[in-house]
Design a binder for this molecule. Structure first.
Ligand code: FAD
Length: 519
């Protein structure tokens, strides 16, 4: 029987197979030659002490013990080309994992995506970064793979159901992600690796008889007697089916407007909003690892921080170590920030959304928009930021201490945000109560993380697409919309997920419920 062991080792030992074998051989008192193989089951960093340790959970196989490399395989999909059709709107993680699950269950997904495939999408990302041109169907939020394709690809979630999370991680590995994501406490994939995985998922859907249509924006949902009948695309084409998974993400404002216009029940939902802060990565390393130099065996340090300020949570969101700030607007006339990292997280800057939780009462000035009040609040801030920064994809920016002191920064150094920045007093971008909380909050952050509050840190505004400003209500048991039979609101846009993994889990759940309803 292989021996399971929990241990703490130095980063150097954890990074070197032969040093690790030597170390383990001493622990279990055998010669290193006796160790046939060491499987790492879990890995995390313990940075609480000055001498940083790596926590490992390992399985040690001695010579003669049966050991087999465990290669993860995809489920045995069957051809569904002539099976019952289900429309899936949106090829983000929710839509793609719904489609895979439908195939596994013997149903045929027809995936409709307004954006382009991952390759075509790249040109539009270049255009927004270099020429300030926003394509409303193809950008950092829209296109194959959804909002997370060109991201840090962080794969952790607050989901309590580990089984569901493991299943998604294992599927990603079977589609080509590194097995490390099964082991790391905080796994991530990286912008350079995600697109290929997504392309392979799409090819598998097509190989087994599903359809994936790009450049296909859904502009209407056909409903008769409160039952779904199909959809209409931007060209007027109709596709009929009486099961529809709506997984259009948190930025599909036209879909929220459509539902509202058709009097299909939606609700305003609180979300969080703030800025994206960028520090030199070396500074974050020195704070988190309490050292001057990270060394070669530790990864660029992440951070996670939360404070209560004036009764509201202010917290770091989607932190990207060694990452870049991206222009994530989905329409001309607005600016939006978010962040991404390559798999090695080897950029010199660390960025994170720093956001404040909003309440429904904050949307009161937009009450006339009813369920769309939160969305209009969000839009108004993105548009104000666009005006203040010069009506391009440049964003308003300010040094962190200057912001806390209400002082326009004399200069803004070059940051990782490619379209550029304009020095603006960020208090002008946000409602007074929000600026007030952030000013106080950054000072609190500085007390917990010594060195964090610095004028070397540049704040970019706004970070506004943290989650959906709308919920599309559904029956908690059947996952069907409360009024419309056959409509399955799904993923982040509908208010049931908050990241790649939870969106994928929700996609699978909706597919399962559809199969259940057809029994
Ligand atoms: P989405 O991914 O938003 O997908 C919705 C899809 O629907 C889009 O492809 C869109 O084009 C399509 N669509 C919209 N309207 C229509 C229509 N009318 N017709 C047809 N198609 C339509 N999460 C993490 O967990 N880890 C990260 O590291 C991370 N980093 C991120 C970095 C960036 C830059 C961004 C923008 C997001 C990041 N996120 C991250 C968030 C994550 O991407 C989302 O939580 C996740 O993608 C939500 O999945 P979804 O399938 O519900 O929706």
């Amino acid at each position: 029987m292989p021996k399971e062991l929990l241990l703490q080792v130095s980063p150097e030992i954890a990074a070197n197979e032969s040093l690790l074998k030597d170390h383990l051989s001493k622990q279990i008192k055998v010669s290193p030659k006796e160790i046939q193989h060491v499987s790492i089951l879990k890995r995390s960093i313990d940075a609480r002490q000055k001498a940083i340790k790596i926590n490992l959970k390992v399985l040690i196989y001695l010579k003669g013990e049966p050991f087999q490399e465990n290669k993860l395989e995809l489920p045995k999909y069957k051809d569904v080309s002539s099976a019952q059709e289900v429309i899936v709107v949106g090829a983000g993680p929710a839509g793609l994992f719904a489609a895979l699950q439908l195939i596994e269950l013997g149903l045929k997904p027809i995936v409709l995506e307004r954006g382009k495939d991952v390759r075509g999408r790249r040109r539009d990302l270049k255009a927004i970064n270099r020429e300030h041109i926003v394509n409303e169907d193809s950008n950092y939020c829209f296109g194959e793979g959804g909002a997370g394709t060109y991201s840090d690809g962080k794969l952790y979630t607050r989901s309590k159901k580990r089984g569901d999370v493991t299943r998604i991680l294992e599927l990603l590995v079977a589609f080509g992600a590194s097995e490390d994501i099964l082991v790391e406490a905080h796994p991530h994939i990286g912008t350079n690796k995600l697109p290929k995985i997504i392309e392979d998922i799409r090819n598998k859907i097509i190989e087994f008889g599903g359809q994936v249509l790009f450049d296909t924006r859904v502009t209407d949902i056909l409903v008769k007697n409160n039952e779904v009948e199909g959809i209409v695309t931007q060209n007027g084409d109709k596709i009929h089916a009486n099961k529809l998974i709506l997984a259009t993400g948190h930025s599909a404002r036209d879909i929220f407007e459509l539902l509202d216009k058709k009097k299909i029940l939606i609700e305003a939902k609180p979300f969080a909003l703030g800025v994206r802060a960028e520090h030199p990565q070396e500074l974050i390393d020195s704070i988190q690892y309490s050292c001057d130099f990270r060394g070669e065996h530790l990864p660029p340090a992440p951070y996670s921080i939360v404070k209560q300020v004036n009764g509201r949570g202010m917290y770091s969101f989607c932190m990207c170590p060694g990452g870049v700030i991206a222009p994530c607007a989905t329409s001309p006339g607005e600016v939006v920030t978010n962040g991404w990292s390559p798999s090695k997280r080897d950029q010199s800057t660390a960025n994170s959304g720093i956001v404040v939780e909003l309440k429904l009462e904050d949307f009161k000035p937009f009450a006339k928009f009813g369920a769309l009040a939160g969305m209009e609040f969000q839009k108004s801030i993105e548009q104000k930021a666009w005006h203040l920064a010069g009506q391009t994809q440049k964003v308003p920016a300010q040094r962190m201490i200057d912001f806390t002191q209400n002082k326009v920064s004399a200069d803004i150094p070059k940051t990782s945000y490619v379209p550029g920045t304009t020095s603006v007093e960020l208090g002008q971008v946000f409602p007074g109560f929000l600026s007030q909380i952030m000013r106080q909050g950054f000072q609190e952050f500085g007390k917990s993380m010594r060195g964090y509050l610095t004028n070397e840190a540049i704040l970019h505004a706004p970070e506004s697409r943290t989650s959906s400003p709308v919920r599309i209500p559904r029956d908690p048991m059947t996952l069907e919309h409360l009024q419309i039979k056959g409509l399955y609101p799904c993923g982040e846009g509908a208010g049931y997920a908050g990241g790649i993994i939870s969106a994928a889990i929700d996609g699978e759940k909706c597919a399962l419920m559809i199969a259940e309803s057809l029994k």
